[in-house]
Design a protein around this ligand. Structure first.
Ligand code: ATP
Length: 238
């Protein structure tokens, strides 16, 4: 679904990604793991066109998207849920969701908005009860649900998520990860999940990639990574 080849990203003299190559399989969940500063967020931002690579390629379903504007990449079927959620606090739940589908043309929007609301409220019932409330009144877990819901309003085939478990209670994380599993298995959405919470991420992922200091150090089946003792200690911290 996504082919990343020899991606290099620098910030001034610091190298954040150093010849990163990886394949993200269609309809799978791929977990990107690693410590603080490993380059996980930079990888997602680069795929979404928010950061330009110094070298390398990002290919989405055979289309080279390297350097395309972010809104163009969304139109090609990719949505991104950034770290710390990025919902607009002063807007209602419903208006935040509407923003997710805004880039579509008027007719398409009219046809799909109601179905989009139904899908999001079905996946996240707490949002349905609070659809007219301001986002600032939501709990952390509900805000994360809203951020994912907003991305789904764009009807993506690929969903990028940056640390969705950050700061949430374990039972809320389990609820959100179960939805990610459902999106992948039942709706065929390809998920690229950046997480520091390696244990939870590997429990729902099909494959895992470990980054360290901007380089890919391990890739493999999630079940293998979860049990590899040396990885657990050195890179994953559990
Ligand atoms: P975290 O889990 O802490 O978010 P990460 O694995 O997502 O870490 P990145 O945020 O991608 O890592 O950062 C990779 C490296 O690039 C780090 O050394 C970071 O300090 C540096 N970096 C990230 N963004 C910038 C920026 N805008 N300007 C300068 N350096 C940056």
């Amino acid at each position: 679904m996504i082919e990343i080849r020899d991606l290099v990203v620098t910030y001034g003299r610091a190298t954040a990604l150093d010849e990163v190559s990886l394949t993200v399989g269609k309809k799978c969940i791929t977990a990107v793991l690693g410590a603080n500063g490993a380059g996980k967020t930079t990888l997602l931002r680069c795929i979404h066109g928010l950061v330009s690579p110094r070298a390398g390629r990002v290919v989405l379903e055979g289309v080279d998207i390297t350097g395309l504007p972010p809104e163009h990449i969304v139109r090609l079927g990719l949505a991104h849920v950034p770290e710390r959620r990025g919902v607009i606090a002063q807007l209602s739940v419903q208006d935040n969701l509407l923003l997710g589908g805004l880039w579509r043309g008027f007719r398409e929007r009219r046809a799909h908005t109601a179905a989009g609301f139904d899908q999001v409220f079905d996946l996240f019932p707490p949002l349905a009860q609070r659809r007219r409330h301001l986002a600032e009144t939501l709990s952390g877990g509900e805000r994360q649900m809203l951020a994912i819901g907003r991305a789904l309003m764009a009807r993506p085939r690929v969903l990028l998520l940056d640390e969705p478990s950050l700061g949430l209670a374990p039972q809320v994380v389990a609820q959100i990860f179960a939805v990610l599993r459902e999106l992948s298995q039942l709706q065929g959405i390809t998920v690229l999940l950046v997480e520091q919470n390696a244990h939870s991420a590997l429990s729902i992922a099909d494959r895992g990639v470990v980054l360290n200091l901007g380089r890919v150090v391990v890739t493999g089946a999630a079940s293998r990574l979860a049990t590899a003792a040396e990885l657990r200690h050195v890179y994953l911290g559990f």
